[in-house]
Design a protein around this ligand. Sequence first.
Ligand code: CDP
Length: 231
Amino acid sequence: MKKLIIAIDGFSACGKSTTARQVAQELNYRYIDSGAMYRAVTHYFLEHHVSITNPKEVDKALSEIRITFIINSKGETETFLNGINVEWDIRSMRISEYVSHVSALKAVRVAMVNLQRKLGKHRGVVMDGRDIGSVVFPEAELKVFLTADILVRAFRRQKELLEHDDLIDIDTIVQNLEKRDKIDSNRLESPLIKAADALSIDTTHITIDEQVDEVIRMAVTKMIPSKKEKV
Ligand code: CDP
């Protein structure tokens, strides 16, 4: 069977990460959370007071950042920044407030896209983000674009944060999601966009299991080589 690159893009908190993680598990593929990379860079920038308007400071910081992913004992992928586990720290509202400004910088995107391509080199990968199907892997065999109603997305995000005892009011979350959607969609460098050949799934009224099943069903059809490819 052909090993695919599966790109899952879409707006904030549409269930991209949960879907991508489960699809990867079922197919025995590697899961890469590209948003975690931009969040980790933002974490470093905030900790080291890097000015995003100073290209020299940004370049220096990028040369000092090493992002790695390690699979824990439960089989879940965790994000490490310079050897330190930042998986939960990078999900905070503080990072969510800044991440879209950091991810709009060209130097940051070049560095992260290089890393993402390296990680996807051996294929058999599910990567989620904003520009995976449009910029990182335009050749991906399966491209999925997730959307959902803003309130549904906000309640899902609130529940996730609450699981870590972080209670954030719904209005704050809605504002953050709307702000990030706007910045991510309007930036000059690889804006959030649905690739022309991506298949849309509206996740407002469906469960995670249904989302996962739908993506797996699409993936299976792409794994069988076409007659032309067999020749
Ligand atoms: O989980 P959530 O949908 O809140 O966001 P995320 O996937 O963790 O991504 C956080 C932020 O990183 C986004 O709002 C984008 O600004 C940026 N990002 C990006 O620019 N390109 C990607 N491929 C992935 C994320």
